[in-house]
Design a protein around this ligand. Structure first.
Ligand code: PRP
Length: 180
């Protein structure tokens, strides 16, 4: 029996559907930035799988960088504070920057990072996220490129973790499926 099944996880979005959406999002980015270079910034660690797949489907000159912010778990929501742990390696001034997230949840992380990045004067600044949970928003954030909009379920896999587990699952799965 596969690991995810043994763990009692329920598939929410299968890998084949993720691949199809990633290709569609990449096509949209390729169209929007025709003839230009894009600079993808992945938010560690969750976004690294989405970024890796997305980057390979974009048919443009593409560079990548990574940034990390402190994760306070639940206290992040109450304090509303986000702290930078690892800054970018390269300057983004004048670049077509796309911030790449695995999920937009409360919006605190993306809101903070977009503010930080805007101050660094990119030519354009967009937000891509594989998953969007708009019902959980505490800060207003809107993604420009969204894979799937999902309800408020705890999902893992394809980069998303529960206590650092399950990131390597190909499917996005529900951690505590309610029994039917
Ligand atoms: C998750 C996710 C986003 C952020 C979204 O990261 O990868 O970066 O939370 O949540 P928000 O919209 O409520 O800010 P996490 O802090 O769990 O770190 P990880 O990517 O290393 O798992």
């Amino acid at each position: 029996m596969p690991f995810a099944r043994r763990e009692g996880l329920k598939v929410r979005i299968r890998h084949a559907d993720i691949e199809r959406r990633v290709r569609a999002v990449a096509r949209q980015i390729t169209r929007d930035f025709k003839g230009q270079r894009v600079h993808l910034i992945g938010v560690l660690k969750g976004a690294c799988f989405f970024l890796a797949d997305l980057a390979r489907e974009i048919d443009l000159e593409t560079s990548i960088d990574f940034i990390a912010v402190a994760s306070y778990g639940k206290t992040k929501e109450s304090s509303g504070q986000v702290r930078m742990l690892k800054d970018l390696d390269n300057n983004v001034a004048g670049l077509n920057v796309i911030l790449v997230e695995d999920i937009l949840d409360t919006g605190l992380t993306a809101n903070y990072l977009l503010r930080v990045l805007r101050q660094r004067r990119p030519k354009t600044l967009k937000l891509a996220a594989l998953l969007d949970k708009p019902s959980r928003r505490l800060k207003p954030v809107e993604g420009n490129y969204i894979g799937f909009t999902i309800p408020n379920e705890f999902v893992v896999g394809y980069g998303l973790d529960y206590a650092e587990r399950y990131r390597n699952l190909k499917d996005v799965c529900i951690l505590h499926p309610t029994p039917r």
